[in-house]
Design a protein around this ligand. Structure first.
Ligand SMILES: NC(=O)C1=CN([C@@H]2O[C@H](COP(=O)(O)OP(=O)(O)OC[C@H]3O[C@@H](n4cnc5c(N)ncnc54)[C@H](O)[C@@H]3O)[C@@H](O)[C@H]2O)[C@@H](O)CC1
Ligand SMILES: [K+]
Length: 536
């Protein structure tokens, strides 16, 4: 299972640096004594290695190397030279004049002893018959220095390659992809593989960037760790290295109450399935107890469907918060199937109220209908949210909560990452913005982008299970940002276990395999050996 989830690769947090921050890290590495030419030599080596892996040992291997006017092009020149040394027929095409190259790129170009063709010739090549095509195209046009949309011959070439089924290996990012935002500027190459350096960039994980990068390789080019940590990065890939230290490992001597009691607020009987999915997700995520808080009219439907999850009807005149405090329910998931009418709002407010006696809520997940209520009639809801609150909107709910940050908002130029971060700061809660590239953002500016969600995770009820997993982890005491990150990752990993054909009911059932991979045998009591008598 370690292998299935690639856990060894993700043992440490993986920071995401914007192209500008990466430039600062490069500069710090150079200032600390590694010349830029050495970094470029290693970058070109990593690209050449990736191309050689792709080409294998076939006869007459041909590579077209597309070089831009900056250091990305410099990496291309290095790769071309190393490929030629390995017997690959490498042809270099350059955007602009060779004499205009400067710095490390000029140095790399000087060491390339072959011809340099104008980029227009590559465009002509792309239009030729299949037999004339190179086996691999190396896209070293623009990397971190992309500063405007692609135009002219570069754009026409990228579009021509996109229309063909050319194998493109991109250097750092597919040219035209904005490494900070994942957006395409004008046009962008669609790579089968992208080799980037030192660490990932947000644009590698945010869509459409993620789909354009193909397989991602992060090559170590000797940037010292301090050059990256010195930038105090706040954005990370969402993977276990980021939150594993806070993941709740059950103690052998613990009991169910030490693993937390979670309540799920159910809506009317006919739409109670969503709440049941959330409850099942929470239980499988390790909550010690899960109770369904419901109206008496929904109780029989729920009871006939539930076994390990308890049903707690709130009788007329009884305050839900008091009932929850009596049962030591410290965490609540509200929203799935709740409804958005006035009675739903009243029930939500009743569950969030301070109890007459005992402890109030310490953890809260607001999802689905609860988010709509918060957006449209939020008085009384927002000020009852405990510090560990996670909001789990999809794009539509997000736009209702923070209209000016919605995807379709007029003049919207922020990336998905920045939209989620700004919303979290403004709402004072952790925001988990759902999508194939789910972003988790905390009010203190920390963010994480998911990278493991399979396509088949987008299915009815999948979000309800996710809300439950977040709640289950909060109930066990996990901090809100880490709980939201871990839940999003586990949700993706569970979907990976299930495979295509997944329905939401399958997700909770796959969680034990995911948890086992995360905690190994940590929850088992220490081993007991019954040793045979030893010789005196
Ligand atoms: N020393 C370093 O900083 C290292 C940099 N490396 C490589 O260097 C790259 C960054 O190099 P640069 O900062 O030189 O930037 P790039 O090489 O990505 O591009 C900058 C050049 O492209 C031009 N340009 C930008 N957008 C354009 C557009 N749409 N149309 C036409 N021209 C455009 C700019 O005017 C500039 O001349 C990285 O992506 C990486 O591949 C690696 O070699 C590792 C070391
Ligand atoms: K590139």
């Amino acid at each position: 299972m370690q292998e299935l989830f690639g856990l060894d690769d993700w043992a440490a947090p993986v920071p995401l640096l914007t192209p500008r921050e990466m430039g600062q890290a490069d500069a710090a590495a150079i200032a600390a004594g590694t010349p830029g030419t050495v970094l470029m030599a290693r970058a070109g080596r990593a690209v050449a290695d990736a191309v050689l892996r792709r080409l294998g040992h076939r006869q007459g291997r041909r590579a077209a190397v597309l070089c831009g006017p900056g250091n990305n092009g410099g990496d291309g020149f290095v790769a071309a030279r190393l490929l030629a040394e390995e017997g690959v027929e490498a042809t270099v095409y350059l955007l602009g004049a060779r004499g205009d190259l400067g710095g490390d790129a000029a140095d790399a170009a000087r060491q390339w002893l072959g011809e340099v063709h104008p980029l227009q010739a590559a465009l002509d090549l792309a239009g030729l018959d299949e037999a004339s095509q190179p086996h691999v195209w190396i896209d070293a046009l623009f990397g971190a220095g992309l500063s405007r949309p692609l135009e002219g011959v570069a754009r026409r070439l990228v579009e021509a390659l996109d229309a063909s089924d050319a194998d493109i290996v991109a250097v750092d990012v597919p040219s035209g992809l904005d490494g900070a935002t994942g957006e395409v500027r004008g046009a962008a190459a669609r790579a089968v593989e992208t080799v980037t350096f030192a660490t990932l960039k947000p644009g590698h994980l945010l869509y459409p960037g993620r789909a354009l990068c193909g397989a991602l390789t992060v090559a170590d080019i000797g940037i010292p760790e301090a050059a990256v940590t010195g930038l105090a990065p706040k954005a990370f890939a969402n993977a276990p290295g980021l939150w594993r230290g806070a993941f709740p490992v059950p103690e052998a001597a613990g009991h169910k109450y030490t693993r937390g009691h979670l309540g799920v607020l159910s809506g009317p009987a006919v739409q109670s399935g969503a709440a049941r999915l959330a409850a099942r997700g929470a239980l499988r995520a390790g909550a010690g107890l899960v109770s369904m808080i419901c109206a008496p009219s929904a109780a029989m439907v729920l009871a006939s469907h539930l076994t390990a999850v308890m049903v707690k009807p709130v009788r007329a005149g009884e305050a839900a918060a008091n009932l929850m405090a009596r049962h030591r329910i410290s965490t609540l998931v509200a929203g799935p199937g709740l409804g958005t009418d006035e009675s739903a709002r009243e029930r939500l407010l009743a569950a969030l109220a301070a109890p007459a006696e005992g402890e109030g809520l310490t953890g809260l997940v607001l999802d689905a209908d609860a988010l709509t209520l918060l957006a449209e009639r939020g008085e009384g809801i927002a000020d009852r949210m405990p510090p560990r609150t996670v909001l789990t909107p999809h794009e539509g709910e997000f736009a209702r909560l923070v209209p000016d940050l919605g995807l379709q908002a007029a003049g919207q130029r922020l990336s998905r990452l920045d939209r989620a971060r700004t919303a979290a700061e403004r709402l004072g809660s952790v925001v988990l913005l759902k999508g194939p590239d789910t972003v988790v953002a905390a009010p203190d500016g920390r963010t994480a982008i998911a990278a493991n969600a399979p396509a088949w995770l987008a299915t009815a009820g999948s979000g309800d299970v996710l809300a439950g997993i977040v709640g289950g982890l909060l109930a066990q005491g996990m901090p809100a940002f880490e709980a939201a990150c871990a839940a999003a990752w586990m949700h993706g990993a569970a979907a990976e276990v299930c495979g295509p054909g997944l329905i939401a009911e399958d997700l909770p059932e796959a969680l034990p395999q995911v948890a086992a991979a995360l905690i190994g045998d940590a929850g088992l009591p220490p081993p007991i050996h019954l040793a045979p008598a030893s010789e005196p």
